[in-house]
Design a protein around this ligand. Structure first.
Ligand SMILES: *[C@@H]1O[C@H](CO)[C@@H](O)[C@H](O)[C@H]1NC(C)=O
Ligand SMILES: *[C@@H]1O[C@H](CO)[C@@H](O)[C@H](O)[C@H]1NC(C)=O
Ligand SMILES: *[C@@H]1O[C@H](CO)[C@@H](O)[C@H](O)[C@H]1NC(C)=O
Ligand SMILES: *[C@@H]1O[C@H](CO)[C@@H](O)[C@H](O)[C@H]1NC(C)=O
Ligand SMILES: *[C@@H]1O[C@H](CO)[C@@H](O)[C@H](O)[C@H]1NC(C)=O
Ligand SMILES: [Cu+2]
Length: 162
């Protein structure tokens, strides 16, 4: 049975919510205000060894590699423009689910240009508890629509203060 992309995202969202509940209840420890979770933010290479590239399913990647936490750093790595790389990547943050689903970048903000993925890569800190919708803006949304270059994350809070 093939899921539509919207159904897939709904499942993702539900999975995140369940995870959030699990983390919250594990984190509640009567004996001490500390949880068993590390407070050290993680640094995550987007796409793992595939980096930020065309034809990789980042929604699946984000699901398998999540959850992410507030203050984790996402690192986007991609090649500089060159004669063999005529459609270089970039990184956009789009404002809502609708723009994300349709890869409509008109209200998006370009957070990294074509050069910033080189070397150590472009670093982005998930510093708020809010959904982040990432997309590649190359070829007017083609990389996003057809190339799988989009994903969203809702970073969780690592520790609850009472
Ligand atoms: C994230 O980092 C900022 C700056 O270091 C800090 O003020 C904030 O409390 C952190 N947020 C969480 C949820 O850890
Ligand atoms: C581009 O690709 C061609 C053919 O594969 C190769 O000969 C050339 O060295 C490449 N150029 C760069 C800058 O990598
Ligand atoms: C993209 O969004 C803008 C404003 O949010 C809207 O005006 C435009 O029609 C949309 N484009 C497409 C192709 O849906
Ligand atoms: C990308 O941004 C960097 C840093 O802001 C700037 O130095 C560089 O010229 C820009 N490159 C392109 C291709 O726009
Ligand atoms: C990524 O995988 C999901 C789940 O299998 C699928 O619904 C979605 O269409 C895929 N996206 C792309 C761009 O292949
Ligand atoms: Cu791209």
């Amino acid at each position: 049975m093939a899921l539509t992309y919207t159904q897939f995202l709904m499942l993702l969202l539900i999975a995140y919510m369940l995870l959030g509940v699990t983390v919250a209840s594990k984190g509640f420890n009567y004996g001490s205000p500390q949880t068993t979770y590390s407070d050290t933010p993680n640094r995550i290479i987007v796409g793992g060894s595939a980096y930020w590239s065309f034809g990789f399913n980042y929604s699946v990647w984000a699901f398998k590699n999540g959850p992410f936490y507030v203050n984790d750093t996402l690192v986007f790595k991609y090649d500089l423009p060159s004669e063999n790389n005529t459609y270089p990547h970039n990184v956009y943050l789009v404002p809502d689910m609708r723009s994300f689903l349709t890869c409509n970048l008109s209200k998006g903000v370009k957070i990294a240009n074509e050069s910033q993925g080189a070397g150590e890569g472009f670093e982005f800190v998930l510093n708020k508890w809010r959904p982040y919708y990432f997309a590649c803006g190359a070829s007017d949304g083609y990389h996003c629509n057809v190339g799988g270059m989009k994903f969203f994350v809702l970073p969780l809070l690592r520790r609850w203060h009472y």
